[in-house]
Design a protein around this ligand. Structure first.
Ligand code: SF4
Length: 283
């Protein structure tokens, strides 16, 4: 999921896990509607859904050892498979090895780690309960570029090995293109385009998506690029404009855009329902 800062990406990720209670809508994990579950029934599904936060410094308890941090979810859910000191120790050793941390790291505190090592520790904690879904909230934006590449490759390896679904929230389009199968573009708390990754990057239909892609830096310093720039500043996300939320900045806006909210609909003949766009003028 991509979009400008403040558009609602993180809120969406937290809402999926009910870390924030959504005011409307629906969240389904497989066939189960999560938003109507009582807390006691929701707890049973919590172990299937984990989150990695953006800040690897603030998201780990500095007073717990690394092994205690990773063991905490297993103790909370008291899974019989890891009950007992020996089984838990074996599981911890396996998790630390899986994310590329040495066994001696288990006895350390998070404060003795670099940012990349802390993020690996967060990944080990997220994997501890064999989740089906992990929400990654800007997991590499706080890391150096070289460490970013290591962590991104680790995420891809883990997904290939365990078949976990990722909701990957980011604003670095190069990373998103590298890691994603499907991409949703969010503008002022609404998804305005969703498509298979390569389709979105090679054939974007929404003016906001085109603006985001054209603003991304290119790897060739002297390459000539044509930028599609929006008009003015982003409107307030708390009090968004009527009609299409992008209309105050859209160079193509017409009268209908100011009055009617475009639905997120399949483009064109609707033969490819996987590519949906919320724009009155999308072909
Ligand atoms: Fe622009 Fe209108 Fe499309 Fe909104 S609906 S993106 S204002 S053309």
């Amino acid at each position: 999921m991509v979009g400008e800062s403040g558009c609602g990406k993180t809120t969406t990720g937290k809402s999926v896990l009910r870390l924030i209670e959504p005011t409307a809508g629906s969240v389904r994990l497989k066939e189960v509607e999560l938003l109507t579950l009582a807390p006691s029934r929701m707890r049973a599904h919590c172990r299937d859904m984990q989150i990695i936060f953006q800040d690897p410094y603030a998201s780990l308890n500095p007073r717990l050892s690394d092994s205690e941090i990773v063991a905490e979810p297993m103790r909370n859910f008291d899974d019989p498979a890891w009950r007992g000191a020996g089984a838990l120790r074996d599981r911890l050793a396996w998790l630390f090895a899986k994310v590329g941390l040495r066994p001696e790291a288990m006895a350390k505190l998070p404060g003795e780690f670099s940012g990349g090592q802390r993020q690996r520790l967060g990944i080990a904690r997220a994997l501890a309960l064999n989740p089906k879904l992990i929400v990654w909230d800007e997991p590499v934006s706080a890391l150096d570029v070289s460490v970013q590449a290591q962590v991104v490759n680790l995420l891809m390896d883990l997904q290939a090995e365990f078949g976990i679904t990722y909701l990957f929230v980011a604003h670095d389009l190069a990373v998103v293109r590298h890691i994603s199968h499907r991409v949703a573009v969010m503008c002022l708390r609404r998804i305005v385009e969703i498509a298979e990754c390569e389709t979105l990057f090679t054939d974007p239909q929404h003016p906001y998506t085109r603006m985001l892609l054209s603003a991304a830096p290119v790897a060739v310093p002297r390459a000539r690029t044509t930028r599609t720039l929006p008009i003015g500043d982003p409107p307030s996300a708390i009090n968004p404009p009527a009609g299409c939320r992008f209309h105050p900045r859209c160079p193509m806006a017409g009268p209908i855009c100011r009055e009617t909210t475009p639905p997120l609909a399949p483009r064109g003949s609707a033969t490819d329902v996987s590519h949906r766009v919320a724009c009155h003028l999308a072909s």
